[in-house]
Design a protein around this ligand. Structure first.
Ligand code: PBG
Length: 322
């Protein structure tokens, strides 16, 4: 009889034959910096995750870098009264995201990779990822111009990788051209290549104080589809993406695998807010064992083919793995 159990008998044997590794450097921590708050504010639907002040952002970044995370991905939360139709704060050097990037660059420098969310949704009063045409639809090509302005401001504020998360057609090419034209050749692009319209973004909308009414289904992908992710991959690679990403992660592991099998560049996956919230809530109820559940979820995303995992547990998990 064939006996596969032989290789499962002891922890040492299991370690010897483990196919998938999970190391601190694989993990990227998404962080939120908010304007106009005096103290860090915990996000109700994401217990343990905070909107940071510039000061608490610095401290949390240092702790994450100390734990060995591979990078930090920063999102900005402007004051509601500073939002407008164009998302003007996004490319204002004094906008909260750009101030946060400068704080990170100054505090952790080259000890980690500082990344910025290059998308307008946090900064627009209508909450969409782009600017609107007269008929209220999201204007793809006008949005690309805003993304380029935003990219230049973020590059100048110290972002090393720009997270192109808006799902506009041509966004990677537009960013690459804009960066190159202005001599910012070293700033890279982390393309949100396959980003699906997802109910699991719910807690994130609270985290960034989103103003969105309606949904993003005219630009984010339909969860029923698989092939179009490969089309998006081809386009993003052709347009100059340095890293490609699939998002969300756990309900889209088949997409992570498809992309990983074909991508000539590193592949990331984003374990999003709703995934964090589900595991956190179940653990708080005593329904699942928190730490092994987190590690299993991260290992599963790695096993599906992600080189890099964005997760709100990045710092904590890195400390476990160190
Ligand atoms: C949009 C953006 C979103 C997330 C990251 N970037 C939200 C959305 O598309 O509605 C979600 C991240 C998460 O849920 O953790 N710029």
């Amino acid at each position: 009889m064939d006996r596969p159990r032989r290789l499962r008998r002891t922890p040492a044997m299991r370690r010897l034959v483990a196919e998938t590794s999970l190391e601190p450097r694989h993990l990227v921590l998404p962080m939120f910096v908010a304007d106009g708050i005096a103290e860090p504010r915990e996000i109700g639907s994401m217990p343990g995750v905070h909107q940071h002040t510039l000061e608490s952002l610095r401290k949390a970044a240092v702790a994450a870098v100390h734990a060995g995370v591979g990078g930090l991905m920063l999102f900005g939360v402007p004051l509601p009264e500073d939002k407008d139709a164009q998302g003007s704060q996004a490319d204002d050097p004094d906008g909260i995201l750009n101030r946060g990037l400068r704080a990170l660059a100054e505090e952790v420098g080259d000890a980690t990779v500082v990344m910025a969310d290059t998308c307008l949704d946090e900064f627009t009063d209508h909450g969409h990822c782009g600017v609107l045409a007269a008929d209220g639809t999201v204007d793809n090509d006008a949005t690309l111009e805003r993304y380029v302005d935003m990219a230049l401001a973020q590059a100048d504020s110290g972002a090393q990788l720009l997270g192109a998360s808006g799902m506009m057609d041509g966004q990677v090419g537009a960013l690459r051209a804009g960066l190159d034209r202005s001599g910012r050749l070293d700033t890279g692009i982390l393309a949100y290549t396959a980003k699906y319209a997802s109910a699991f973004y719910g807690p994130f909308r609270e985290a960034v104080g989103s103003s969105l009414q309606g949904d993003r289904r005219t630009y984010q992908q339909d969860s029923a589809n698989r092939r179009e992710s490969l089309r998006e991959l081809e386009l993003d690679v052709a347009e100059g993406a340095d890293i490609v990403m699939v998002k969300p992660a756990m309900s889209y592991l088949d997409i992570v695998r498809d992309v990983a099998d074909r991508s000539p560049v590193p592949v990331a996956a984003y374990q999003i807010s709703g995934e964090y919230a589900m595991i956190t809530a179940a653990a708080q109820n005593g329904w699942i064992d928190r730490k092994p559940a987190i590690l299993e979820s991260l290992t599963g995303i790695r096993r599906a083919g992600a080189d890099i995992v964005l997760t709100y547990w990045a710092a904590e998990a890195a400390n476990w793995l160190r």
